[in-house]
Write a protein of this length. Structure first.
Length: 135
């Protein structure tokens, strides 16, 4: 994979995808998603990435906290990672990824799919600030 300057944070995404494929190729299929997440975190940290795991994000409506959700990973305070093990495809997680981007300052989300039975192993979702409301 080559770093492509036309993609936002492509240098970080490239490193994350390298870590993803190392984990995907090293561990057997059909493990619990938590196993893949822990291995991915270790691999990304070994590559020198700054990794925050299970980051809680508050949902604010009219200046009130109305709930929260967790982001699987925040990398270098620049991109978010959604880790799945889903036989459908990454495309089924796109609405969730877009919602996470809308509700945070982040503009790039990588969906990483550890399922053995999917053709699409990852997706990159970009939602820049000019397309966000109140962000």
């Amino acid at each position: 994979m080559a770093i492509d300057p036309k993609y936002l944070h492509s240098d970080i995404s490239d490193s994350v995808l390298k870590a993803f494929f190392v984990v995907r190729d090293s561990l057997p299929y059909d493990m619990e998603v938590g196993v893949y997440k822990r291995a991915l975190e270790l691999e990304m940290k070994s590559m020198g990435l700054v990794v925050e795991s299970d980051k809680e994000v508050n949902i604010i409506f009219k200046d009130k906290n109305i709930g929260s959700f967790f982001i699987d990973f925040v990398i270098n305070d620049s991109i978010i990672i959604l880790v799945i093990k889903n036989d459908l495809s990454c495309e089924h997680q796109v609405p969730n990824a877009k919602n996470q981007l809308r509700l945070t300052k982040y503009e790039v989300c990588l969906i990483l799919n550890f399922s053995a039975d999917t053709l699409k192993q990852f997706s990159r979702i970009i939602l820049t600030k000019e397309f966000k409301k109140d962000k």
